[in-house]
Design a protein around this ligand. Structure first.
Ligand code: SAH
Length: 238
């Protein structure tokens, strides 16, 4: 085979391989939305469209990309996990988001949930307590063009006072109780969703609605989440 022909063949081969890979992810993503979300109780168009448009395989470790669209959580390093697509969709839908909303997320993790929120709302503020994860997620979101997401490394218990109040708050780590600063930073009429319950046990996904003179809470379903911690145990320099 001539050198040119060999080069052309190799380029075509690599090109097709990339294309097949991408189509494959696109198909898996469509099936995920149709079967795991629409097949259950996810009906909100904005939520469905967001999950259809975020490339979940970009948010999981290289060796798990082939499992990115499966019906479960996946490890993302540092002992943490990216939530099951259905849980991401369920929590997003519960917040009844609007395009002009500002949303606070606690527990950036891989940045996937933040990216889903960013497809729907004006701006997302997200806090991660593990420095490694915060740094990686920030870079990833920037590379993928999510310009309306702001990532901060720190303890999300305190919220992000300088950016408050928020239209909605989402906590993606399981807490023993509801952090008061997060309720304080929620607008009147705003909604917050948080897994609450005993450490290492099954927790309840609680929806909080802040009214003028009261805070209403409603349990939506039983869930398992990695724990809400108060200190980055991974980084000894802190
Ligand atoms: N939303 C993430 C998954 C979150 S897993 C995603 O889409 O990938 C829960 C995350 O919450 C973990 O990364 C954990 O380190 C973080 N976390 C736990 N306690 C926290 C706290 N007090 N403040 C901020 N992040 C916290």
């Amino acid at each position: 085979m001539s050198k040119t022909l060999l080069t052309v063949t190799i380029v075509l081969f690599i090109g097709c391989g990339t294309l097949v890979g991408q189509t494959d992810f696109a198909t898996q993503k469509e099936q995920m939305v149709r079967i795991q979300l629409q097949g259950r109780d996810i009906t909100d168009i904005e939520t469905l469209s967001a999950l259809l448009n975020v490339r979940r395989h970009e948010f999981v470790p290289e060796n798990l990309k082939n499992l990115a669209y499966t019906d479960g959580p996946l490890p993302i390093g540092n002992g943490q996990t990216i939530s099951q697509p259905y849980i991401v969709a369920f929590m997003t839908q519960a917040l009844r988001l609007k395009s002009n909303h500002r949303v606070l997320e606690i527990g950036t993790g891989s940045g996937y949930q933040a990216a889903v929120l960013a497809k729907i709302v004006d701006s997302v503020y997200t806090i991660e307590i593990v420095k490694d994860l915060a740094t990686t997620a920030e870079k990833r979101l920037k590379r993928l063009g999510y310009d309306n997401v702001n990532v901060k490394w720190g303890d999300g218990y305190h919220g992000w006072p300088s950016k408050a109040p928020f239209d909605a708050v989402m906590v993606t780590a399981g807490a023993d109780s509801i952090p008061q600063p997060l309720i304080d930073q929620l607008k009147v009429g705003g909604r917050m969703i948080i897994p609450v319950g005993p450490h290492h046990g099954v927790r309840q996904l609680v929806l909080i609605t802040k009214k003028k003179n009261e805070v209403r809470t409603k349990s939506l379903m039983a869930v398992r989440f990695v724990p809400f911690t108060r200190k980055d145990s991974i980084d000894p320099d802190r």
